[in-house]
Design a protein around this ligand. Structure first.
Ligand code: AHG
Ligand code: MN
Ligand code: MN
Length: 356
C-alpha cells in the first residue's frame, strides 16, 4: 500500500521550490485548507441545519441564520486573519476589499481574492458547490496595502486553487509549477494527495454552457454550439452537453475528462457574468498550469487588464483544442465589443450594464 501524503506534508515538501521564500505562502495555503474543512463540514450538513434561511432571519434558537456563502466568507476571512500572512481579502461577498488588521497581519505580504461559495444556488438541491481562491504578492512597499495591490493581472498570481464540495471534497491548487489535487479523507480530517500533476486532455467531447441563453449569445458561440451538435465520426461529434451551474464543478469535470466550459457575453450581460478577479483568473491559472487554455474569445484571460474588483469577463476555458476552435469562430463571426445584434436587443429591452 502506498503511503498517504497530506496537504500539509505536501506543502512543506514543495517549499523548496521557492528557495527564497520564508514559508509565508505555505502557511497561507495551510490556512485556506483549514477554512475549507470548516466550510465543508457546514456544506455537508446543509440539509440538516436551519442554515438555508436568508441572512437576517432568526432560527428557532433565536440565533440569526446565515446563508452558506456568508458563512464561508466569514470562515475564510477568520482563518486568514489568524494565520497572519494576508493583508487584504477581496471577496465576492464584500463590495470593497477587506483589510486584515491585527498584530499578526501587520507585515503580511499577500493578497487573497476569493469566491467563498461558488454555485451557491445549488446548495438547496444538494448539487456540488465550490470555493475559488487566488493569491497575489503585495506590490506596494509601505503603508497600508491599496486597491492597486488587488487589481493585478492574472499573470501575477503566485497561487490559485479551488475546493469542490462534491460527492467527495477536493482541494486543487497550483503555485505555477503544475496542478495537484487532494481529496478530503473524512475519517482522518486531512486532504490527501489523490490527483498528482493533473493534466487536462488537449481534446474533449463535453461542452458546458447555459444553453437556455442561446438567443442572447454572440454569433461565434452559436456557430460553435452548432459545430458541437453536428455528426462527425472522426471528431466524435455530436459532443455531450453537461452543465452543473457551479463553475468549479463544471471546470473540475473538464480538468479530469476534457471539455470546455463557456460563459460568454450575452445581450443582457455584455461583459459576461463571471468575475475576472476571483472566478476567471484563478480558474484560468489552474487550467493553463494543467495544459489547457482560457480566453474571452479574443484575449488570454490572464493578460486582461484589471480595472475593478468585481469586473466581469466572458470565459472559454478547458481543453486546448476546444478553446482554440471556439476562438476561431468568435473571431470570424463576432466582434470584440458586444455584437451589434446584442446591443440592439439591449436597447429593445431597455437594458443598461451587466446583470447579477
Ligand atoms: P456564484 O454562486 O458564486 O454567484 O457563482 C455562480 C456562477 C458560476 O458558478 C456558474 O457557472 C454560473 O454562475 C451559473 O450561471 P447561470 O445560472 O447564469 O447559468
Ligand atoms: Mn461564483
Ligand atoms: Mn459565490
Amino acid at each position: 500500500m502506498k503511503g498517504i501524503l497530506t496537504l500539509g506534508q505536501f506543502i512543506i515538501e514543495k517549499q523548496s521550490d521557492f528557495p527564497y521564500a520564508k514559508g509565508e505562502l505555505s502557511r497561507l495555503l495551510r490556512d485556506i485548507g483549514i477554512a475549507a474543512k470548516i466550510v465543508n463540514r457546514e456544506v455537508n450538513k446543509a440539509g440538516l441545519m436551519d442554515i438555508l434561511g436568508d441572512v437576517g432571519t432568526i432560527n428557532i434558537q433565536g440565533e440569526s441564520q446565515k446563508k452558506l456563502d456568508v458563512f464561508a466568507n466569514e470562515q475564510f476571512i477568520a482563518a486568514l486573519k489568524s494565520g497572519g500572512e494576508c493583508c487584504i481579502v477581496a471577496s465576492e461577498e464584500n463590495d470593497e476589499f477587506v483589510y486584515i488588521d491585527g498584530e499578526v497581519s501587520k507585515n503580511a505580504k499577500y493578497i487573497v481574492a476569493m469566491d467563498p461559495l461558488d454555485g451557491s444556488s445549488n446548495i438547496d438541491v444538494n448539487v456540488a458547490v465550490g470555493t475559488i481562491f487566488s493569491i497575489y504578492r503585495r506590490v506596494s512597499t509601505d503603508g497600508k496595502a491599496t486597491l492597486e495591490d488587488v487589481l493585478q493581472k492574472g499573470t501575477e498570481q503566485v497561487a490559485a486553487g479551488y475546493i469542490i464540495y462534491g460527492s467527495s471534497t477536493m482541494l486543487v491548487y497550483t503555485t505555477g509549477k503544475g496542478v495537484n489535487g487532494f481529496t478530503l479523507d473524512p475519517s482522518i480530517g486531512e486532504f490527501c494527495l489523490s490527483h498528482p500533476k493533473m493534466k487536462v486532455p488537449d481534446d474533449g467531447v463535453i461542452y458546458s454552457i447555459n444553453e437556455g441563453n442561446y438567443v442572447h449569445f454572440p454569433e461565434g458561440v452559436k456557430k460553435y454550439l452548432k459545430y458541437c451538435q453536428v455528426e462527425d465520426e472522426q471528431t466524435s461529434r455530436p459532443y455531450t452537453s453537461r452543465y452543473i451551474g457551479s463553475m468549479v464543478a463544471d471546470v473540475h469535470r473538464n480538468m479530469i475528462k476534457g471539455g470546455i466550459f463557456i460563459y460568454p457575453t450575452t445581450s443582457g450581460a455584455p461583459n459576461g457574468k463571471l468575475r475576472l478577479v476571483y472566478e476567471c483568473n484563478p480558474m484560468a491559472f489552474i487550467i493553463e498550469q494543467a495544459g489547457g487554455r482560457a480566453t474571452d474569445g479574443f484575449n488570454r484571460i490572464l493578460d486582461k487588464d484589471v480595472t475593478s474588483l468585481h469586473q466581469r469577463s466572458a470565459i472559454f476555458i478547458g481543453s486546448k483544442n476546444m478553446v482554440l476552435k471556439i476562438e476561431e469562430l468568435m473571431q470570424t463571426y463576432s466582434s470584440k465589443t458586444p455584437d451589434e445584434k446584442a446591443e440592439a436587443t439591449m436597447e429593445k429591452f431597455g437594458i443598461v450594464g451587466g446583470v447579477d
